[in-house]
Design a protein around this ligand. Structure first.
Ligand code: FEO
Ligand code: CA
Ligand code: CA
Length: 684
């Protein structure tokens, strides 16, 4: 038998800087299909004859010279000269890493990095050693999963120990399996086990700031959660008719978690994980239920089946199990301190392509969860709890807190610009209620309808279509909310340009009105800053501003909170966000459209260096940067190196574009820790 390579790469082309291979395996070619939001929400703004007005705040840019550097090459000026050395810069004094195409993790001078854990490492006691020629579903289910994304770190209470919780978002069979060595179905079965999450206990390494795995036999915390693990559905939609299948007539016991992208860590010591591009795992080639047509369409359960999992498990065939996809697209909560506990899928947080969920406990004790739906033209959501957080470690308080996400109100964001006359992309907004645990606020939809078809509910109330909302994270001290809006090549085409989404396909002109270049949608993304009225996460209105308009600093329309553009690093496609103990924002990128490998950046949010974006590291060829996570002592930066080697012309197991971390002749996605060689605090 000569097995066919699985699955076939058929994407018509990469989007942004993301490779064709990544499009196929990660999102099921989401960009190649029409964006599923056809609601027409809303046209609030100013498409000025196809040309977005240049703002006077950007006049500092060298407009005359802008055309040269703007299209594909990162600004060498910013990389090499403007940022030389450790200028006085608040707490961020590292020397920025220049854009590059190296097949390695590159960290600043004076820093080093170690690989903490990588694909195939033994997680459970007794797990077989990784052997790429002898993998089985059983071995993979005991080893670290593939393509790591979100990284959480929780102290165990033992000195120098912590538990690392990592999402394993998706698999790339072209890079994982030797050609012709495994049957298609064996690859599928192994891949299901390589999805999900991995929990590994870690301990301090031999150098200050370094961390390493605790051997699998010496910990009881290690755990694998896979595409097949038992899950509990909780919240108001648990048990709903549409969540019932032939395996689970109760609608309360789902199997597996898939496409776990980003996440969040709760104040009660659990980890939230977002099920993102779940649609790609379902085979729609058979007859599908007409009663679900509108919902399937809105969730892109209408494209190609790139994975063929229905051939090894009939629940992935829609003709067999029309309700199975309703059991994905949720936020999953995992208690890493109870390895035997069943992860819970939170229906109260809505169903969409969840990037992640980040929690803020407000002054009143109520808990908010901020969330993005990562697809072109989708929405930003907020959940507010009915009950208050109990600030105690007692078992009773923990049980109480573990139920906070099951009762409350789910909102969606509507943004209103205030015009560009004030030289800012900014304005006000409203959180529009969709449903509480007891009441629907959307005409014609029940509470369960709203929670299962959350996108349709957002359409109905006129939510604002955004440019792929990724991480939405809360500053731990100020309570301000930051959203990464990664890119959207259909902005200005399918989705009208508006003030919160100002860059669209258009002809960009210089100050004299002469054409400079044609922009293809929003290629480089934004970071949006949102302030709740009264700084209360229960607020139903807010102010917002685009803090970063990403891209080459020499391009006329980029913006770095007003910071001089010759003193920042080029940044493109922000995806994941985090904060360090000094309060700086850290940004990881996915799909750099400026020609460099992806990277991680740090930027002060206050003071005279607000907006000074500096690149802290870059990841290997074809990889995206995930995490990020800065340890509480400020001495370690964790980054997940996801999909090294995923490049446009594909590569293969035998001829990979990356061999990082260079332990083998093929790439192994993994988590790294970076630290200062002299043991000091990061950037201090
Ligand atoms: Fe899995 Fe939105 O990135
Ligand atoms: Ca404005
Ligand atoms: Ca992401």
């Amino acid at each position: 038998m000569s097995p066919q390579r699985l699955p076939m790469i058929e994407a018509p082309g990469a989007r942004g800087g993301r490779s064709r291979m990544t499009c196929t395996f990660r999102c099921g070619n989401a960009c190649a299909h029409p964006a599923p939001n056809r609601s027409g929400n809303p046209h609030i703004a100013e498409l000025l004859g196809g040309v977005v007005a240049r703002r006077t705040v950007l006049r500092g840019a060298a407009a005359a010279g802008a055309a040269a550097g703007v299209l594909t090459t990162p600004s060498t000026a910013a990389a090499a000269t403007g940022l030389s050395g450790a200028e006085a810069a608040g707490s961020l004094t590292f020397r920025p890493v220049a854009p590059n195409r190296r097949d390695n993790v590159t960290v600043p001078v004076g820093y080093d990095y170690d690989v903490v854990v990588k694909w195939g490492d033994r997680v459970l006691p007794g797990a077989p050693r990784f052997d790429v020629y002898n993998q089985t579903p059983q071995s993979q289910a005991q080893q670290f999963g593939y393509n790591c994304d979100y990284v959480a770190m929780l102290p165990t209470g033992k000195r120098g120990r912590a538990v690392l919780v990592v999402n394993n978002e998706y698999t790339n069979e072209e890079l994982m399996f030797p050609s012709g060595h495994y049957s298609d179905n064996d690859m599928r079965r192994i891949s299901i086990q390589a999805h999900g999450m991995s929990v590994v206990e870690i301990r301090r390494g031999s150098r200050p700031g370094s961390w390493e795995q605790v051997p699998a036999e010496r910990t009881t915390l290690n755990r694998r959660i896979t595409g097949d693990s038992p899950m509990r559905m909780v919240g108001p939609a648990a048990g709903a008719r549409r969540l019932r299948t032939s395996n689970d007539p109760t609608g309360r016991h789902a199997r597996g978690t898939l496409n776990n992208c980003a996440g969040g860590t709760t104040p009660w010591g659990t980890v939230l994980s977002g099920e993102e591009n779940f649609n790609q795992y379902f085979d729609i080639s058979g007859p599908t239920a007409a009663r679900h047509a509108e919902s399937y369409e809105r969730y892109s359960l209408n494209g190609e089946d790139t994975r063929g999992w229905g051939k090894v498990d009939p629940r992935f065939e829609l003709s067999e199990e029309p309700n199975e996809p309703f059991r994905f697209g949720w936020i999953v909560e995992v208690d890493p301190f109870r390895p035997g506990s069943t992860p819970r899928k939170h229906t109260m947080l809505g169903r969409f392509k969840h990037e992640g969920a980040n929690i803020r406990v407000g002054p009143s004790g109520h808990v908010a969860a901020y969330m993005g739906d990562d697809e072109k033209g989708e929405y930003i959501y907020k959940f507010v709890s009915r009950r208050r957080w109990r600030d105690s470690d007692s078992p009773a308080a923990r049980r109480h807190n573990m139920r906070l996400l099951q009762e409350g109100t789910l909102y969606v964001a509507r943004f209103t610009g205030d015009g560009t006359g004030d030289d800012e992309y900014d304005g006000t907004g409203r959180w529009i209620p969709l449903a509480s645990d007891t009441e629907s606020f959307v005409d014609g939809m029940t509470v369960q309808d709203v929670l299962i078809d959350t996108r349709l509910a957002g359409d109905a109330v006129g939510a604002t279509a955004m440019d792929r909302p990724e991480d939405v994270d809360v500053h731990p001290r100020t309570g301000k909310v930051y959203a990464a809006l990664t890119n959207n090549d259909e902005r200005g085409v399918e989705f009208p340009v508006d003030e919160p989404n100002p860059i669209g396909s258009s002809l960009v002109r210089d100050e004299l009105g002469e054409p400079l270049y044609r922009e293809k949608g929003n290629r480089h993304g934004y970071v949006l800053e949102l302030t709740e009225v009264g700084n209360d996460p229960r607020a139903t209105s807010f102010r917002w501003a685009l803090m970063l308009v990403c891209g080459d600093p020499e391009a006329p329309r980029t913006y770095f909170a007003g910071y001089p553009k010759d003193k920042v690093s080029p940044i493109s496609c922000p995806d994941n966000l985090a904060f360090d103990p000094a309060g700086n924002l850290w940004v990881a990128t996915d799909g750099n459209a400026l020609g460099s490998n992806d990277g991680m950046f740090a930027v002060p949010l206050t003071g005279r260096h607000r907006g000074r974006v500096r690149q802290f590291l870059t990841v290997p060829v074809g990889a995206e940067t995930c995490g990020p996570l800065i340890s509480r002592d400020g001495r370690t930066v964790f980054a997940a190196v996801q999909h090294p080697g995923e490049v446009d012309d594909g590569g293969s197991f035998e001829h990979p574009a990356s061999t990082w971390p260079h332990t083998d002749r093929f790439p192994r996605p993994g988590v790294v820790c970076s630290y200062r060689v002299d043991g000091g605090r990061i950037g201090a």
